[in-house]
Write a protein that binds this ligand. Structure first.
Ligand code: SF4
Length: 358
């Protein structure tokens, strides 16, 4: 059981009067999953459609890029078409942040360091305060990095920088703050989050930035985000992947489920890697079962194991499982051995049993 760091709760959605779709970040709220649209925000149809797809997959907070005044003006309509909280991602221009707030977004993400006009930054903070919406202060390693900077000082510099911004916001009476300190390498990311968690109680948005395509991002994120979560650090997350945003949701959910921070909602397939002891075509069986599994109705753990070494143990611990033998498999249900099945019937019989249990 992971003991989570207690943070200040921040409400995202509904402004000063949180609505039913509001998502709390921090406090005792579960770790929420975020993603970012990859459409042009100026295209309201495309953006709203992508948000809907992501929401159906389990996205709980969605961020959209706001690079132009037109994109900012589209936010009101995107917000009206969207159930989950919408976050405006703003760089460089306080004016875009002010327009996004006026359009009714639920949160903004800024890096005060890339907005030159400090008086305007203060105007943004006051506007967010008036509307009762939080601000994520996002500092990425690239924005504080000097040439030749070493790993540890860079994380330290990120923390010093972000805490300076926090102090500035606090001096304006604003504390609805979420922090992120992302780097593209895992050790720097982890060091920065650990240090900021030690120094303040603001909720943390976890991520490894520019983590690459799914193959590398999922590994970096599982280590970086998952490692921090396992230490109790982190209140919301985004897995950033060069690819479809849908993969980000799946990866985020997988990380939370692997750590026991989120219940498995559907089936969970447990299968061994196979080795020289395996005497059934386990890879083919797993692929076939996975492809033919019925739509998820209730949480079910399914084990498909290659041999008698670990097979019966795993199969017995799951709701249903098969432990392979020499051309056959032993079927277990709810810890009891039920019958012996020839390899040729393993897929069909297992699917039949799963269907009856769903
Ligand atoms: S369960 Fe058996 S076949 Fe599968 S990896 Fe373990 S020892 Fe090998």
């Amino acid at each position: 059981m992971i003991e989570r760091r207690r943070t200040r709760p921040v409400s995202v959605g509904g402004g000063a009067t949180p609505d039913k779709n509001c998502v709390q970040i921090g406090g005792d709220a579960p770790v929420s999953i975020q993603s970012m649209t990859k459409t042009h925000t100026e295209d309201i149809e495309d953006t709203s459609a992508q948000i809907k797809e992501l929401e159906e997959m389990g996205c709980e907070i969605i961020r959209v890029a706001v690079p132009t005044p037109k994109a900012a003006r589209c936010l009101g309509e995107i917000k009206r078409r969207t159930r989950i909280p919408v976050v405006a991602d703003i760089h460089f221009s306080p004016q875009l942040a002010l327009e996004a707030i006026a359009q009714g977004v639920d949160k903004i993400r800024i890096n005060p360091g890339n907005m030159k006009d400090k008086a305007k930054v203060e105007e943004v903070v006051r506007a967010a305060k008036n509307k009762g919406i939080p601000i994520r202060i996002g500092v990425n390693s690239g924005s504080v990095k000097s040439p030749g900077q070493e790993e540890e000082p860079l994380a330290k510099l990120m923390v010093e920088t972000i805490l300076r911004y926090c102090e500035h916001f606090e001096s304006l009476g604003f504390r609805d703050i979420v922090l992120s300190l992302k780097a593209s390498d895992v050790p720097t990311t982890m060091a920065a989050y650990r240090e900021v968690a030690r120094q303040c109680d603001y909720p943390l948005h976890l991520g490894v930035t520019a983590a690459g395509p799914a193959s590398s991002s999922i590994i970096k994120s599982a280590i970086g985000i998952g490692g921090l979560l396992s230490e109790g650090i982190g209140d919301t997350l985004r897995v950033s992947i060069t690819g479809r945003p849908h993969e980000e949701i799946k990866a985020g959910l997988d990380i939370l489920q692997a750590l026991g921070l989120r219940e498995h909602e559907g089936w969970e397939l447990i299968s061994c890697p196979t080795c020289g002891r395996c005497e059934i075509d386990l890879v083919k069986i797993v692929e076939e079962v996975k492809a033919k599994l019925p739509p998820e109705k209730k949480a079910l753990q399914i084990a498909i194991m290659g041999c008698a070494v670990n097979g019966p143990g795993e199969a017995q611990e799951c709701d249903i499982g098969i432990a392979g033998g020499h051309g056959f498999g032993l079927l277990f249900k709810k810890g009891e051995r039920v019958k012996k099945i020839p390899e040729s019937e393993m897929v069909s019989q297992l699917l039949h049993e799963i269907e009856s249990m769903s």
